[in-house]
Write a protein that binds this ligand. Structure first.
Ligand code: FAD
Ligand code: UDP
Length: 371
């Protein structure tokens, strides 16, 4: 008999398991239907000895000291600050689109004019969501806003979501604002890094406790009746838990095409985005994260796809008004259940980053489990 059954061995499930096992001394069983732990943060070494992020580039960044300190109990960090370039008219420009990007895409005089206008209107260091920038009435600001919208956001968003930026929740494109700055980093958080020995190793440390057992290749829907437990922590898709009784929540999926090249480097930064060309959105070259010295290099081309049950994985909740409304119906239903906690990107239908889900998991433990 387990005190807790935890469905899902990603950040949400494993952080809560660690807390319950270490702080309450209770018995936990984690099940995951995949053949590995770490959820979408899972990484592994390929045949060339390159550490691959199986589900796309995962860069840890947070401004929460609490989250950083907590995870630092289980890993050392390689300092790493993500830089991303987007190909615009054949040139690679920094993303988030910033004052340096302007210099790359416009002749000097025009670039200076746009830089001065943006600095005057917003001031150095400000971040403006593209949909906000587009609201400008001033003619020149409208021109630069339209340029950025068309060349950075429109094509990428259409590929990534099958929707235009304005058809998604404002928060989605706001993740990558226009940045009135010469800072080329993708994130400005206080703490940034990659686990020194990789994410999977971090997870191995998290769950190394005599009170935690793990069963892989084990689906909750198929196996729950044969497991004896008191309380449930569920981190899978919330619509699936309720057998889709209000309808399916839409998710976006991806296909990763991994290719190895017999050369030292493929591209100058870990991530290059292609908003305007090709069917893929971005190419990730994994060696950059750990600055590995190998003769070959492995990259992933990322092709967005519709999520189809049983065919591919539900990677992204698609945040817009109607989908969020549908989620809220499931949430209400979940609140009626005793001894069951829903937590995680899929269970809460939220576009969480890793640090956010660690923060939420720690908070749920404090407020709802340890209380
Ligand atoms: P998951 O990691 O999805 O874990 C849920 C687990 O539950 C899965 O392993 C699944 O197999 C299991 N499960 C589901 N249903 C069942 C069931 N019925 N039975 C058994 N097991 C089940 N975040 C960042 O901070 N930085 C990044 O750079 C970043 N890049 C990303 C890139 C991509 C392409 C994606 C998709 C996500 C990225 N993220 C990034 C987000 C990050 O992956 C998530 O925040 C984090 O993994 C969420 O953890 P979780 O535990 O909620 O969910
Ligand atoms: N985005 C874009 N062009 C870019 C980068 C991002 O249009 O070059 C938009 C796009 O809608 C994307 C969203 O901003 O889905 C969030 O980007 P982020 O890099 O945070 O996506 P993730 O890494 O989570 O896939």
């Amino acid at each position: 008999m387990y005190d807790y059954l935890i469905v899902g061995g990603g950040f949400a499930g494993c952080v809560i398991a660690e807390r319950i096992a270490s702080q309450l001394g209770k018995k936990v069983l984690i099940i995951d239907r995949r053949n590995h732990i770490a959820g979408n943060a899972h990484d592994y070494y390929d045949n060339n000895g390159i550490l691959i992020h199986k589900y796309g580039p995962h860069i840890f960044h947070t401004s929460s000291k609490k989250v950083w300190d907590y995870l630092s109990n289980f890993t050392e960090w390689i300092p790493y600050e993500h830089t991303v370039m987007a190909v615009v008219n054949g040139k690679k420009v920094p993303v988030p689109f910033n004052l340096n990007s302007i210099e790359q895409v416009f002749p000097k005089k025009i670039a200076s004019k746009y830089q001065a206008l943006l600095l005057e209107k917003y001031g150095y260091g400000l971040k403006i969501p593209i949909l906000k920038l587009l609201e400008n009435k001033q003619e020149d600001l409208k021109v630069i806003a339209d340029f950025i919208y068309q060349n950075i956001f429109y094509g990428y968003t259409l590929k990534q979501w099958g929707l235009k930026p304005e058809e998604l929740d404002f928060s989605v494109t706001s993740r990558v604002p226009v940045f009135i700055s010469h800072d080329n980093r993708y994130f400005q958080d206080t703490y940034q890094g990659i686990p020194e020995k990789g994410y999977t190793e971090l997870f191995n440390k998290l769950i190394k406790n005599k009170n935690i057992e793990v069963l892989l290749n084990t689906d909750y829907k198929i196996n729950s009746s044969s497991i004896k437990f008191n309380k449930l922590i569920y981190t899978g898709p919330i619509d699936e838990y309720f057998d889709y009784k209000f309808g399916k929540l839409p998710y976006r999926s991806l296909h990763f095409d991994f290719k190895t090249f017999k050369k030292e480097w493929f591209q100058e930064v870990a991530q290059v985005n292609y908003p305007n060309d090709f069917d893929y959105t971005r190419i990730t070259e994994f060696k950059h994260f750990h600055r590995q010295k190998t003769k070959a290099t492995t990259v992933a081309f990322e092709f967005p796809q519709e999520f189809e049950l049983g065919k591919n994985e539900p990677y992204y909740p698609i945040q817009n008004v109607s989908n969020n409304d549908l989620y809220n119906r499931y949430k209400k239903e979940s609140e009626k259940l005793k001894n069951t906690i829903f937590v995680g990107r899929l269970a809460e239908y939220k576009y969480y980053n890793m640090d956010q889900i660690v923060g939420v998991a720690l908070m749920k433990f404090d407020k709802e489990i340890a209380k």
